[in-house]
Design a protein around this ligand. Structure first.
Ligand SMILES: [Zn+2]
Length: 94
């Protein structure tokens, strides 16, 4: 297998973590390059990415802090805090 073939294989398998990361609101091109260069690291990294919000208008994944959807450019409603976040530091056990 020559270097050209290796490059083609890297570009093709890099699409997998890129597709996973894009579904979670990450940048496809950045993850494609990342996946092609470091597939062994990028694939599990993409799989464990923190879940992002889903746009209520176009149902695409968006980053947690976003105020405008990058896919449909609509203003997003205020982010609701995860239900277990406010309980940190408080004891709920008797
Ligand atoms: Zn949207």
């Amino acid at each position: 297998m020559d270097i050209g073939t290796l490059a083609v294989v890297a570009v093709v398998i890099g699409l997998l973590p890129a597709a996973i990361a894009q579904s979670k609101g990450e940048d496809f091109l950045v993850w494609w390059i990342y996946g092609a260069a470091f597939f062994i690291v990028a694939l599990p990294h993409a799989l464990v990415l923190a879940p992002t919000r889903i746009c209520p208008f176009c149902a695409e994944g968006i980053k947690p802090g976003a105020v405008v959807c990058p896919h449909c450019q609509r203003d997003l409603p205020a982010e609701s805090a995860p239900p277990n976040q406010s309980s940190s530091g408080e004891a709920y056990w008797p």
